[in-house]
Design a binder for this molecule. Structure first.
Ligand SMILES: Cc1cc2nc3c(=O)[nH]c(=O)nc-3n(C[C@H](O)[C@H](O)[C@H](O)COP(=O)(O)OP(=O)(O)OC[C@H]3O[C@@H](n4cnc5c(N)ncnc54)[C@H](O)[C@@H]3O)c2cc1C
Length: 568
């Protein structure tokens, strides 16, 4: 098996900062969400000297607020977005193939309450004559799913859709609302950790060589002549670099970032979307391995999907002006809880079941659409300049289509830099998806190999594989190089595993570990003693003193309470 060939030593933050004066980057990417990071990887593969910065941690903006779906979006068909849906289902399949440790096929059930509804609406919407969203009926959904499958016919990555009448549907999904008339079942993909996927793309990019670098907690704050001014958010110190091209991948903050460069733009008309993570074993057992994807009576999209041992429910689509203020409100919480009851009327959920909540802003193109749902989810590259330096703004886009968007941006950048394309990313594995053992037998082989090569035995190879894919081998090697012990307060974690994350995965703050290098906070697994123990182990690995550890714990508690309604 060809396995994990990437160079693994991560260049440390201080080294990257000091390297910038000796080796100034040709391209600066502002924003470490999925679109900026996808572009970083593609440019790195093609030998471009590139620096990516994010003012916070990587994948802490819109990219961490998604519904976790790698999907084509059948709904967009009725807005006439055929190109987008075709591209998105193809990219969904690529994600399932290239990052199988983090993106898996997701059986999706659409409960349908009428035969005709939406049938007349669809062509009217297509012509832009209908400004009122409405619930779709069976015929519209069947048409959409047929087209959806047709786009990927012959690929075989996921099975084709099925359509069941009421009796058969209720036999399969017995706790569904008996008022349904049909249920359709089709497949999309689920991204279990968008944050880890983003991070692994960064590590892959940096493994291409010293020409590819990424820094979290560095902001773009201004421009001076041909220089852009950056600020290290850890020290407050500022410094300047002179790139030949700036790629503005700041998501919902694109217009503010352009303003810092002295460039006026009005590209973004963002909409807020929130989600709840419910701790409700009965609901979790009811949905099983399926996502339930349906529309509220007013046509707004609702999804209920398995999320570890929890249930993810979302989402809203509310126009907002300030992306920093997006929070899941009480009204949204009540709206989501009521929707669960519409689909599973005999399952009782209430606010007590909320283990975690999150909210973010879709960086949608500012257009004159009549409703938020009608705003295009397609991506576009907008060109501007500060002085003579070109600035590409990456507007819109879906998580699912990041690779295709990055390819488009990279082609344009390579042309401007006068470089040929040497490599492409269509079939390139991501991080722990490299050399992935697909079958049960192959996975057993992999665990044996980890044990043989590192001496780490028992259930440990499998535990690491389930979290990190084939990168488990690197974790195991590191773990075996020193004395290790399990954490006291939580099963499934060891001290050297955390040290490895600290040293190799660009952790700066304690919340990076809970929210983005792991799913601990998302899955409601944090308690105060656990936060303290992780702070202690991580702090030792990052040489924090007692005051720093205390400050990091407080920062984490504040973030969890303010943004995620989690009071520990
Ligand atoms: C609620 C919701 C649900 C969604 N669901 C799905 C889904 O299920 N499937 C799907 O395919 N797509 C989904 N999307 C869409 C998708 O998540 C986004 O389109 C995508 O993540 C946008 O990524 P981005 O890199 O452009 O922006 P972001 O992820 O927001 O990244 C921009 C980054 O720029 C940084 N930044 C801003 N200003 C500066 C500065 N001055 N200096 C340095 N850094 C800066 C920010 O910190 C941020 O990290 C959803 C989006 C939302 C909000």
């Amino acid at each position: 098996m060809a396995l994990v060939s990437f160079v693994f030593e991560q260049v440390q933050r201080a080294e990257i900062l000091s390297s910038l004066s000796q080796r100034p980057p040709n391209v600066l990417i502002v924003g470490g969400g999925i679109n900026g990071v996808g572009t970083l990887r593609d440019l790195a593969l093609n030998g471009v000297d590139v620096l990516l910065i994010d003012r916070g941690d990587f994948c802490s903006g819109a990219s961490s607020a998604s519904s976790h779906m790698a999907h084509g979006g059948i709904r967009y068909l009725e807005n006439g977005e055929f190109r987008l849906v075709r591209e998105a289902v193809q990219e969904r399949n690529r994600l399932i193939e290239n990052a199988p440790h983090l993106v898996r096929p997701l059986p999706t059930v659409i409960p349908i309450f009428s035969l005709w509804s939406g049938l007349l609406n669809a062509p009217l919407k297509f012509l832009g004559l209908l400004d009122r969203p409405a619930e779709r009926g069976a015929l519209v959904i069947k048409l959409g799913l047929t087209l959806y499958d047709a786009y990927t016919r012959g690929q075989g990555t996921v099975p084709a859709y099925r359509f069941d009448r009421r009796d058969k549907a209720l036999a399969k999904y017995p706790r569904l609302n008996p008022a349904i008339r049909y249920a359709a079942t089709y497949y999309d993909g689920k991204i279990s950790s968008p944050e880890r996927l983003t991070l692994e793309l960064i590590l892959d990019a940096e493994a291409e060589g010293p020409h590819a670098r990424a820094l979290n907690y560095v902001s773009l704050i201004g421009a001076q002549g041909k220089n852009v001014i950056l600020r290290d958010e850890l020290t407050g110190g500022t410094f300047e670099i002179q790139p030949r091209l700036v790629i503005n991948a700041a998501g919902p903050w694109i217009d503010q970032t352009n303003a810092s460069l002295g460039l006026e733009s009005h590209y973004i008309g963002g909409t807020k979307g929130s989600h709840l993570v419910l701790d409700h074993p009965e609901l979790r057992a009811t949905i099983g391995k399926n996502e339930y994807f349906f529309e509220n009576k007013d046509g707004r999209i609702v999804l209920i999907l398995p999320f570890g041992d929890k249930v993810l429910v979302g989402t809203s689509d509310i126009p907002v002006d300030d992306p920093d203020s997006a929070r899941c409100t009480r009204d949204e919480m009540d709206y989501f809880l009521a929707l669960v009851a519409r689909i599973f009327p005999d399952v009782r959920v209430n606010r007590e079941n909320i283990a975690f909540r999150f909210s973010g802003v879709r960086p949608l193109e500012k257009v004159g659409a009549k409703t938020a749902g009608q705003i295009t989810r397609d991506h576009s590259l907008r060109e501007g300049k500060f002085g003579e330096v070109p600035v590409y703004s990456l507007v819109g886009g879906k998580w699912t289509t990041f690779r295709a968007f990055a390819e488009q941006v990279t082609d344009r950048a390579l042309a401007v830099l006068g470089l040929p394309r040497k490599a492409d990313t269509r079939s390139l594995p991501i991080g722990g998806g490299e050399g992935y053992p697909w079958t049960g037998y192959a996975q057993l082989d992999f665990y044996n190999r980890v044990e043989r090569e590192t001496g780490l035995g028992g259930r440990e190879p499998q535990r690491l594989f389930e979290k990190y894919g084939t990168r488990a081998l690197h974790f195991a090697r590191y773990i075996r190089q020193g004395p290790d012990e399990p954490l006291r307060t939580i099963p499934g974690w060891s001290r050297r595993e955390i040290e490895f994350l600290a040293q190799k995965e660009k952790i700066v703050h304690l919340d990076d570990l809970f929210l983005r290098r792991s799913r601990l906070a998302w899955l409601g697994q944090l308690t105060r003693p656990r936060v303290d123990e992780f702070a202690d182990v991580l702090g030792n690995a990052l040489s924090w003193n007692t005051d720093q550890k205390r400050a990091e714990v407080q920062r984490t508690l504040d973030i969890l309470a303010d943004r995620h309604g989690l009071h520990l």
